[in-house]
Design a binder for this molecule. Structure first.
Ligand code: PMT
Length: 397
């Protein structure tokens, strides 16, 4: 199943490190080629000699020594998958912050392959808000988190935080490779975030979109092997997935031009951006002074990007739009499907708690011409997975 797959196994300082030996053996038995990287602290728990003997590759621990320098960039490019198991609280925090004080972290920061982590820590550490935030950040970078187990912990306590068993991690890796290439060779375009329509040099018309939903979709598509271009409106969110090509835009017109330029060569386009529907007719060159009691702005409709590309869509191209509604949700979503010649419309309603703008969660219903798929409230990463799964099932299975 893993024959020919190149895997980097990263091991950090945790009592669960002894289980990495079993994981390594399982990966080798499945035919994978494995290179092991250890943090300095990991060597306090298991010896590099055991791992190098089993993997038949030198174990890498240092960025450099007196004679050589480890090419971390090439290591990250060599691998099909980088699995960090166990992932300690300390290394998790460093990964979340971009700290680079050992080889494992340098490879992580320069890896172009997907990254999966199997955290291991005591229950109190696992439940700490900073751990939750750090894991959330890793998810937003497109990394996969292998769920922790519940049971006996190194502290002698019982609870959540145990590293998943080697067999479970192996299953996760096999699953990763069985789905990872579903969109191999497909060129995909995703829009995300708001657009800002300038009124004068200091003011604009905008909306509350954070870009989180679209970024999660771009990450998920990338994990399935697609070649992803993300057209991203102004947002504070960062996209740290180096496999995604990002085009930053500000206005609806810039987003239109960016989509229009690339649409003809894309197989799949997903429009999650909240594009401004109106823009000022004129942009004042100087800051508008507040002399008058009131101010009227002349607004003109922006180009409807989804509609424009829907009209140009050729057979074989799949077009997915979003609908953000506050009322008559189903009716408006179905109307958009037809009017914009989309294959799917993903509806999210402002009436649903935890759905729509800015939240880390969303609740969506997907409409095709003859089917409806309803989903529960989930994290935006899980929603992205549902959306991509639905697209693959309907068009690429
Ligand atoms: O970014 P987040 O904070 O994570 O929030 C996610 C989201 C709520 C922004 C996202 O899930 C979402 O619903 N995006 C679409 C928002 C929107 O503009 O909906 P709409 O119903 O007004 O537009 C329908 C579709 O037409 C959308 O695909 C939109 O991208 C597209 N559109 C709209 C206007 C326009 N001028 N051109 C367009 O292409």
């Amino acid at each position: 199943m893993l024959k020919g797959k190149k895997i980097i196994l990263g091991i950090t300082g945790s009592i669960a490190a002894y289980k990495s030996v079993f994981l390594l053996r399982l990966l080798l038995q499945e035919g994978a080629e494995v290179k092991v990287i250890m943090t300095p602290a990991a060597k306090d728990f298991i010896t590099p000699l055991t791992l190098s003997t089993l993997s038949k590759n030198p174990v890498l621990t240092e960025l450099f020594d007196e004679q050589s320098w480890s090419n971390h960039v090439m290591l990250g490019r060599w691998a099909d998958l980088f699995v960090i198991a166990p992932l300690s609280c300390n290394t998790l925090a460093k990964m979340a912050q971009g700290i680079c004080d050992n080889l494992l972290l340098a490879v992580y920061l320069s890896a172009t392959c997907p990254v999966a982590v199997a955290p291991a820590m005591d229950e109190d550490m696992w439940k700490h808000s900073s751990t939750k935030e750090n894991l959330q950040r890793l998810k937003s970078f497109g990394n996969s988190i292998i769920p922790v187990g519940n049971g006996a912990l190194a502290s002698g306590l019982h609870g959540e935080g145990r590293m998943a068993e080697p067999e479970q991690i192996l299953e996760f890796i096999k699953e990763h490779f069985s789905v990872a290439n579903e969109l191999q060779g497909k060129k995909v375009l995703v829009t995300a975030g708001p657009t800002y329509e300038p009124i004068d040099p200091v003011r604009f018309i905008g909306n509350h979109s954070s870009g989180k939903m679209g970024i999660a979709i771009a990450n998920e598509l990338c994990n399935r092997g697609a070649e992803v271009t993300l057209i991203l409106g102004p947002t504070k969110e960062t996209v740290n997935n180096s496999r995604i090509s990002i085009i930053k835009v500000t206005t609806a017109l810039e987003m239109y031009e960016a989509v229009e330029n690339r649409f003809d060569i894309t197989d799949l386009t997903i429009m999650a951006a909240a594009v401004a529907d109106y823009t000022p007719v004129k942009q004042a060159t100087q800051k508008i002074k507040k002399h008058e009691a009131g101010l009227s702005l002349d607004l003109i409709k922006t180009r409807d990007i989804l509609k424009a590309i829907g009209e140009r869509k050729k057979s074989g191209q799949i077009l997915v739009g979003f609908a953000l509604e506050t009322n008559n949700e189903t009716e408006y979503a179905k109307e958009k499907l037809v009017k914009k010649n989309a294959d799917l419309i993903v509806l999210n309603s402002m009436q649903d708690k935890g759905a729509g703008f800015n939240h880390d969660t969303n609740k969506v219903t997907i409409f095709s011409k003859d089917q409806v798929f309803e989903f529960e409230t989930k994290t935006k990463q899980e929603v992205a997975k549902d959306i991509v799964d639905t697209i693959i099932r309907l068009y690429y299975a």
